[in-house]
Ligand binder design. Structure first.
Ligand code: PXG
Length: 477
């Protein structure tokens, strides 16, 4: 169909020339999207997003959408930041690329490394750059194994992660992740990675307090360590709050107990902060809110607000010292490690987050406001329970409400009520993610209280539409 398309016509269309159907045809003919059922997409046609400003997006049909997911948990500073574009532009003119291999460095990478060391908890004085969160987690797998070799314990290779965690889509990232659907498509996880249960109180905490459940769930780590043999275990990895898994917020007792167990068995503790880093939870890093001191931190997304791809690993003193003083060459790296334009974007983005006090605003103003708004949504007949942490929140669509999260009756999974609800949101100008029947948001950190009110009002309206449809289909009385 498109093999004869003239090359000259394949330029980026301007707002005056967007032809949605033509773009959808090209999209369906040539573009394989991530995590997408392409046969279904071909039927519907992809929505073409063409512009962003603040917390709003516009599609090629002129619809204005409030972006409750900050792109994909990443546009922390909001859209349309000319100063980030200017910083990247200036750097591209000055030096678009040079590598950091072979005893070479570049000015933005050095400066960003120093800034990250300043922002991160004090044990982090070193950083390794990648271009994504997946690459950051692959780097972590290689780094912890190298660390234990150098520490004289090469048999410590096993990494413990959690079910329903998301750590990326590369072979190691998908293996660290605990997504059954991903493991089923290609012989994963790779050897040397095992999983324990997630600290999901609504799912597993029936009959106990949150505090008791937190200790129980952390105890699964100790059980797994003892089962594997403590001298075989290299590291434990977890997201402070599980994002893609559905905004799973652990009880306050969980992470301190995980820390105690890792210390007891001398196991490296890794915090995957690809979502929680750079202010999402109201602290610069999620581990600070959750009260633990990791040895390694994976980051990406919010470090540049997604304007340019960048990720990396913050390396704590214990690992850094061993790698630097005893390690010689660490045979690992990417062409784009420390990419000057990506680092320039990060520097300007972090300056914005700092000068606009976005992290404090999440802690003191916007986060508490989102909490109050989601607490109010629980009065809706479809909403069983809702939880928030900083500027991320989730609510569960249920068939019958109960006195607590444990007493609600879920819809059968085959009804896919979450997807139905997501479609109403999509059609009515608000983006919310569905994880099963849990609807989640993580808006830009630049969102105002007034914009939160607008987002929540639209969410309420779409919940009404979903309720009407669910009743019409006879799925609810
Ligand atoms: N760790 C965490 C905690 C993540 O959330 C990654 C690693 C991988 O990062 P990259 O940059 O390689 O994608 C992520 C990514 C979703 C969704 O549906 C979430 C992510 C990616 C795609 C979809 O919520 N998070």
């Amino acid at each position: 169909m498109t093999t004869n398309t003239p090359i000259a016509s394949l330029r980026i269309a301007t707002p005056e020339t967007y032809d949605t159907e033509a773009l959808q045809r090209l999209d369906s003919a040539h573009y394989l999207h991530p995590f997408t059922d392409h046969a279904a997409l071909r039927e519907r046609g992809a929505r073409v997003i063409v512009r962003g400003e603040g917390v709003y997006l516009w599609d090629s049909e002129g619809n204005k959408i409030i972006d409750g997911m900050a792109g994909l948990w990443c546009v922390n500073a909001g859209y349309g930041r000319a100063s980030i574009a200017d910083a990247v532009h200036a750097q591209l003119l000055q030096l678009p690329f040079y590598n950091s291999f072979f005893n070479t460095t570049n000015v933005p990478a050095v400066t960003l490394a120093a800034l990250l060391a300043r922002l991160a908890p004090s044990q982090f004085q070193h950083v390794f750059f990648t271009s994504s969160g997946s690459e950051a987690n692959d780097t972590i797998v290689r780094m912890v194994r190298r660390y234990w070799q150098l520490a004289g314990k090469p048999e410590r290779e096993l990494i413990i992660s959690r079910r329903n965690a998301y750590h990326g889509s590369t072979m190691a990232g998908a293996s660290l992740g605990g997504m059954a659907g991903m493991h089923a498509q290609g012989g994963l996880p790779i050897p040397g990675i095992v999983h324990i249960g997630q600290p999901n109180y609504a799912e597993g905490g029936r009959g106990m307090s949150e505090a008791e459940f937190g200790l129980l769930a952390a105890g699964w780590l100790e059980e797994k360590i003892l089962e594997a043999g403590p001298d075989k275990v290299a590291a434990f990895i977890g997201e402070p709050v599980q994002g893609a898994g559905g905004v799973v917020i652990p009880p306050a007792t969980y992470w301190p107990e995980i820390q105690r167990i890792c210390d007891k068995y001398d196991i490296l503790l890794v915090s995957d902060e690809v979502i929680c880093g750079f202010g999402r939870l109201g602290t610069w890093f999620g581990c600070e809110l959750m009260g633990f001191q990791p040895d390694l931190i994976a980051f990406a997304k919010g470090v540049t607000s997604g304007y340019v791809p960048l990720g990396g690993v913050l390396v704590g003193g214990r690992v850094a010292h061993t790698l630097i003083e005893q390690g010689g060459d660490f045979n690992h790296g990417f062409t784009y490690s420390g990419h000057p334009a990506a680092c320039a974007a990060a520097l300007e983005n972090l300056r914005i987050i700092d000068t606009e006090r976005l992290v404090e605003r999440v802690a003191l103003e916007t986060g508490p406001h989102l909490k109050a708004c989601f607490a109010a949504l629980v009065s809706h007949p479809l909403v069983g329970h809702a939880e928030t942490c900083g500027l991320t929140a989730g609510l569960n669509l249920v068939r019958r409400k109960g006195a607590s999260a444990h007493d609600c009756e879920a819809f059968p999974a085959t009804h896919a009520v979450g997807m139905l609800c997501r479609k109403h949101m999509f059609d009515n100008g608000v983006i919310m993610r569905a994880v099963g029947d849990r609807m989640i948001v993580a808006p830009p950190l630049s969102i105002t209280k007034v914009e939160i009110d607008e987002m929540v009002e639209r969410i309420g309206y779409c919940l009404d539409l979903t309720l009407e449809e669910v009743v019409r289909r006879g799925w609810m009385d």
